[in-house]
Design a protein around this ligand. Structure first.
Ligand code: SAH
Ligand code: SF4
Ligand code: F3S
Length: 459
């Protein structure tokens, strides 16, 4: 109600807004809702800081680096605001959900006018109204309310859409801040999800990515549906050609879910399955709730059920107490699984998480952690390249995403296995499915030639 009332005031008329987003796809999807709310209020979106009247920093707390960037960039805006006193600056997303960061923002960034969190995005119009009336607004919810449906959304990509299916995270990984910043798991009702996806299909969307920090825990809090069941239902939506999802926690991958991956033809052959570490000692201290052996066995079962599936992962090095021997186990696991790709991170202590209470003498020095991450990246890049080279000569279905920004006359698309392919083709193919034969392979891209294309409407 409040949303509707305040939007009616068209507060943003004649004003330009910019949203600067850090972090994961959850944050990107939240930014689409904020854009939707702002556009409804009459704001025009811009990506130029110098012409914006409102700048929102949609922040990430998962590691120190993205937080440091926010302090740096917001700090620099002090000067701009001195020249443009009507400029409003807001900080939202994951940082304000932590008390320490909220205090630091309030105290060290006095030119910030608005602070809100991940659980009260729907209040944005009302909060902005208070800001424009002269108030400094710091309002962050910590209680997960009911899932709010029906908020406006403005997506930038016209044929690929993110659809959040579950909010929050109930896991207790000892290094991770996300459960603090996103709260307990709350699944959306399947009817609401399906209605959104049908609407997307009607608007011409071809691919949906179902989002959740533990997307495969979907439905555990509802009782009458699980993630496998949701996949079967989404698979039936006409017009949608591809279904992706992220991120899966290994412990929620059930035999039923593996069957759903194999049986639903629209579910793409790509699974992002973070393992984090290869040594059981580290996995246990991380609170991941599986062993190296269980993970390997899971990967084998998935590959047996879905031949050709690409498996990617996340890995952390330098976790407190990680010895060279533990790290060698991570390297061996990477060799054994032969992932298609991996995001690698150096452990970053997060205030209030259990791992920060591990004895200081166990902490891994920065130079050691850096050396480990370089060795890990070298290994994974070699494996990724080898796996990509093995695809040369194969014909693959590609969803054409854009004209190449670097190579005129070429198009960029993705295979069902989520690999990027660059190939010569006509720009009219953007947004359509095409068949491409792979002719060359690098670590991060494949090259190909068009074999034939089919119109997207035929899905
Ligand atoms: N929910 C997802 C992703 C969480 S954040 C999952 O469970 O996989 C994305 C990745 O960031 C994690 O998989 C982990 O590899 C990394 N990460 C999380 N906390 C971290 C920390 N404190 N330091 C370094 N990397 C971290
Ligand atoms: Fe963080 Fe673990 Fe939850 Fe992923 S599953 S968001 S790593 S606590
Ligand atoms: Fe970062 Fe928050 Fe996502 S901490 S990774 S933006 S859930």
């Amino acid at each position: 109600m409040l949303v509707a009332q305040s939007m009616a005031t068209r507060l943003g008329e004649g004003r330009k807004a910019q949203i600067i987003t850090f972090g994961c796809q959850m944050n990107e999807r939240d930014a689409e809702t904020m854009r939707g709310l702002l556009v409804h209020m009459g704001y025009t979106m811009t990506d130029r800081t110098d012409e914006a009247d409102l700048i929102l920093f949609n922040t990430c707390s998962v590691r120190e680096n993205p937080e440091r960037k926010v302090y740096g960039r917001v700090g620099l805006l002090k000067e701009l605001k001195a020249k443009k006193p009507w400029l409003k600056i807001g900080i939202c997303g994951c940082m304000p959900q932590q008390r320490a960061e909220r205090q630091r923002i309030a105290e060290t960034l006095p030119h910030v006018d608005l602070v809100f969190g991940t659980m009260n995005i729907h209040q944005l119009p009302e909060l902005l109204q208070r800001v424009e009336a002269g108030e400094r607004v710091i309002e962050v919810w910590h209680e997960e309310g009911d899932v709010v449906e029906g908020l406006p959304v403005q997506r930038l990509n016209p044929f690929k859409a993110f659809v959040t299916v579950i909010y929050g995270c109930n896991e207790h990984c000892t290094y991770c801040i996300v459960p603090t910043t996103r709260g307990r798991e709350r699944s959306r009702r399947p009817e609401a999800i399906l209605a959104e996806i049908r609407e997307l299909a009607a608007q011409g969307y071809r691919e949906v990515t179902l989002l959740g920090q533990t997307v495969d825990a979907y439905g555990n809090d509802l009782g009458d549906v699980d993630f496998a069941g949701l996949l079967y239902q989404v698979n039936r939506v006409r017009g949608i050609g591809r279904i992706r999802f992220t991120t899966s926690h290994p412990k929620h991958i059930t035999p039923r879910l593996i069957r759903a991956l194999a049986e639903n033809e629209k579910v793409c052959e790509h699974l992002h399955l973070p393992v984090q570490a290869g040594s059981n000692r580290t996995l246990k201290r991380m609170g991941r709730q599986y062993t190296r052996e269980q993970y390997l066995e899971l990967v084998a079962r998935i590959r047996e059920a879905v031949p050709g599936i690409a498996i990617t992962t996340d890995l952390i090095v330098g976790f407190p107490g990680e010895t060279e021997e533990d790290f060698q186990e991570t390297l061996r696991l990477v060799e054994e699984v032969r992932f298609d790709g991996a995001f690698t991170f150096i452990y970053s202590p997060r205030i209030g998480t259990p791992a920060t209470r591990f004895p200081m003498e166990q902490w891994v020095p920065e130079d050691v952690a850096k050396d480990r991450i370089y060795r890990l990246i070298d290994l994974q890049n070699r494996i990724t390249l080898e796996r990509n080279q093995a695809l040369v000569g194969q014909e693959m279905e590609v969803l054409v995403e854009e004209e190449s920004p670097k190579e005129p006359g070429k198009l960029v698309g993705r295979t069902r296995t989520n690999k990027i392919v660059v190939f010569p083709g006509d720009p009219s193919l953007v947004g359509q499915f095409a068949w491409v034969t792979v002719t060359g392979a690098q670590t991060f891209t494949l090259e190909g030639v068009l074999t034939h294309s089919r119109v997207a409407a035929a899905v």
